[in-house]
Design a protein around this ligand. Structure first.
Ligand code: GTP
Ligand code: MG
Length: 204
């Protein structure tokens, strides 16, 4: 049975991980290259179009944004990485925000790494996932913007991506395919989160 999002609300926006909500509720964070569709996917999951700020200009999200779902768990919107047009200082600042959150935030139950399904595997994403592996961070992959490709091209790109991952990983992480335009993958993703919530012993 699919998890029903009864309510979702914005709670806080921070650049300092130490100032994030302190109620200990589990968190699911969304990361990926700038413009990959993190904020749009959060809006699709919660069925609230304006909840997370989206933009066709990369670099929209620069803070750690907490959204509380059903009063029991958080969705966290993180800034995008790998935005080349950002200033060097700007990129360094964002890198620190991302690293601080990922390495220090005990509440982070799982990190979703978003990948644009239209592209061939990119070095910046591969290196980021390797860094996650080195630091023992649990993650799953979400392919975004699936509405932008035909069925065969989509399947081909994902197959190719898995092949590339298997060059450096013994096992593939969980993989989801989504679109914030037609909402595909939404239920599967919510079911996955729901299963993890159930496995945590705080009765969500
Ligand atoms: P930053 O916060 O800048 O890192 O970007 P982001 O990853 O949060 O991306 P955002 O959700 O703002 O989306 C970027 C652009 O892609 C926007 O113009 C969205 O409308 C578009 N977009 C996002 N998801 C989808 C999708 O599933 N399908 C289509 N067709 N467009 C999408
Ligand atoms: Mg964003």
């Amino acid at each position: 049975m699919t998890l029903i999002v009864k309510n979702a609300k914005f709670i806080a926006s921070n650049t300092n991980v130490g100032k994030c909500p302190a109620d200990g509720k589990p968190e699911y964070a969304f990361i990926g290259r700038s413009n990959v569709g993190k904020s749009s996917l959060i809006n699709a999951l919660t069925l609230q179009k304006g909840l997370a700020k989206t933009s066709s200009t990369p670099g929209k999200t620069v803070c750690i944004n907490h959204f509380l779902v059903n009063d029991s768990w958080y969705i966290v919107d993180l800034p995008g990485y790998g935005y080349a047009k950002c200033s060097k200082e700007g990129r360094e600042k964002i890198r620190k925000v991302i690293e601080g959150y990922i390495l220090q935030r005990e509440e982070m139950t799982l990190l979703f790494v978003l990948i644009d399904c239209r592209h061939t595997p990119q070095k910046v994403d591969m290196e980021f996932m390797e860094w996650l592996g080195e630091n023992g961070i649990p993650f799953a992959i979400i392919f975004t913007k699936a509405d932008k490709l035909g069925k065969e091209k989509l399947a081909g790109n994902i197959k190719n991506y898995k092949k590339e991952l298997l060059k450096s990983w013994e096992e593939l992480p969980p993989i989801y395919v989504t679109s914030s335009e037609d909402n595909r993958g939404r239920e599967e993703l919510l079911d996955y989160i729901s299963e993890i919530n159930k496995s945590l012993d705080n009765n969500i």
